[in-house]
Design a protein around this ligand. Structure first.
Ligand code: HEM
Ligand code: 2DC
Length: 435
């Protein structure tokens, strides 16, 4: 897309399989698009995901619902997943998982006998991310940061990666055709979703049973699922559909972003030291209180934004226009799919001077940042897991910086690959060295 914007300018039209879209890159055009999105925004509905649910007769969660059905589910979910009061309650749960990661890292350092832990952290971070999202969803630990990993949990992780991987070759084919063609990719895709749904169902059934048998202590935070069930405002099937989506959406997204963040910090030791100084000062001032610390670590938050600028999870954001929208000298008719080239925007020198430089400070400098930080999308349809993801990543990086120096062995250039979400095109080797 970056190349096409160069060739055709900031607005171009493209045909993708059977779908047509208008692609834009400038924050100003993105602003115009989102300001006209109304109360029921719709994005491109990933056809293989829709096809699977129709094939197996599974209900849609918020990810795929549209119209009023989407809105009523989403409003209920927002209260338990995004609202500031509830979100503060996630801090102890996510810190605990982070502490376990640190403990595990120390054990690995011990084991190496070389005062360091060098590895491709992909799978460690997948387990960390699944453990984190499950702790807030179900109020329970899976124990994935121990030496023995539950094979069911590992199957879930593998299924999510396979689900993403098999989506991209079928991305622009109509749902009905996918089933009809019955390719190997489609079969793998169905298997992957089957594994995702059955594993999520087990977790959900466990919580439901504990709740019925009053085995859940009502003193501590009981988890998002429990609270949704007890509120009794959403049918159980709808709760299940959206909780399954959150469980699946919580693995590759935050873990890949954390991997990129550590990679960038390893390559920019000066920035890493600045962040560490900020975190240690915050820790002293807040006497270790994580909720307080989170209010003062501005540069760390900027570093996460900066990571997502260079390495967004979503290559584009999309909306269907509901009315005529004027972008520069183009008139876009209603019902047009418009894509904001998030990856291309993050690397556009017109928007971000010296875009190749990892410089968290740019987010704290004076000047307009209008519609520049769009990594989680925008408005009522933005990422439902945003607050969970942000907190999880902030706490993880805080704890890593307090304990380890992050280094990278070689100066290998790592590119980006489209695997439905954007991921590194080769393994990233990182070293954690105790401070
Ligand atoms: C939607 C990014 C983590 C669950 C989205 C969208 C983006 C995004 C760009 C589309 C938003 C839009 O169209 O405006 C990210 C990034 C993440 C992340 C960058 C982490 C670094 C998560 C996590 C969860 C999650 C941890 C689950 C807890 C969802 C769901 C939707 C969504 C359910 C669909 C919401 C709806 O349609 O109402 N995410 N995400 N995401 N995300 Fe995330
Ligand atoms: C993929 O052209 C490229 O957050 C397409 O947690 C346009 C498109 C549409 C929707 C995007 C998708 C892209 C990338 C992955 C996203 C998805 C919306 C939500 C999803 C960004 C850019 C993601 C990863 C969710 C996934 C939850 C799922 C596992 C149940």
């Amino acid at each position: 897309m970056a190349r096409k914007f160069q060739q055709f300018g900031p607005i171009y039209r493209e045909k993708l399989g059977v779908y047509e879209s208008v692609n834009i890159i400038s924050p100003r055009d993105a602003a115009t698009l989102f300001q006209a999105e109304g109360t029921l925004p719709e994005r491109f509905s990933v056809p293989p995901w829709v096809a699977y649910r129709d094939f197996r007769n599974k209900p849609y969660g918020v990810l795929l619902k549209t119209g009023e059905a989407w809105r009523s589910d989403r409003l209920m979910l927002n209260k338990e997943v995004l609202s500031p009061q509830v979100v503060e309650g996630f801090v102890p749960l996510l810190s605990q998982v982070g502490e376990d990661f640190i403990r595990r890292a120390r054990a690995q350092v011990e084991k190496s006998g070389r005062d360091q832990w060098t590895a491709d952290f992909t799978h460690e971070l997948f387990r960390f991310a699944l453990e984190s999202v499950c702790h807030v969803l179900y109020g329970e630990r899976l124990g994935l940061l121990q030496d023995f990993v539950d094979p069911d949990a590992q199957r879930f992780i593998d299924a999510v990666s396979l689900m993403f991987h098999t989506t991209s070759p079928m991305l622009y084919l109509p749902p009905a055709l996918l089933r009809h063609l019955n390719t190997k990719t489609w079969q793998d895709h169905v298997q992957a979703w089957d594994a995702i749904f059955s594993q999520a169902d087990k977790c959900i059934q466990n919580v439901y049973r504990d709740l019925r048998l009053q085995r859940k202590s009502t003193k501590e935070y009981m988890g998002i699922l429990c609270n949704l069930i007890m509120r009794d405002k959403l049918p159980l099937d709808d709760i299940r559909a959206s909780v399954t989506e959150m469980m699946a959406g919580g693995v590759d997204t935050t873990s890949m972003t954390l991997q990129w963040a550590m990679f960038e910090l390893a390559r920019a030791p000066g920035v890493q030291e600045q962040l560490r100084a900020e975190v240690l000062a915050a820790k002293r001032e807040a006497a270790g209180d994580r909720v307080k610390m989170l209010k003062t670590i501005r540069l760390l938050k900027a570093a996460i934004k900066e990571t997502l600028r260079l390495h967004p999870v979503a290559v584009t954001l999309q909306r269907y226009t509901t009315q005529e929208v004027i972008l520069q000298d183009y008139c876009i008719p209603p019902k047009t799919l418009v894509q904001v080239g998030l990856y291309a925007m993050g690397r556009d020198p017109e928007v971000f001077p010296k875009p190749e430089q990892f410089r968290p400070q740019r987010w704290l400098a004076a000047g307009p940042k209008h519609f520049q930080g769009l990594s989680f999308g925008f408005g009522p349809r933005q990422c439902l897991g945003r607050r969970i993801a942000e907190l999880e990543m902030q706490l993880f990086l805080m704890q890593i910086l307090e304990n380890f120096k992050i280094e990278t062995m070689r100066a290998v250039e790592i590119g980006t690959k489209f695997d439905l979400i954007l991921i590194p095109d080769k393994p990233i080797y990182l070293t954690l060295r105790p401070l």
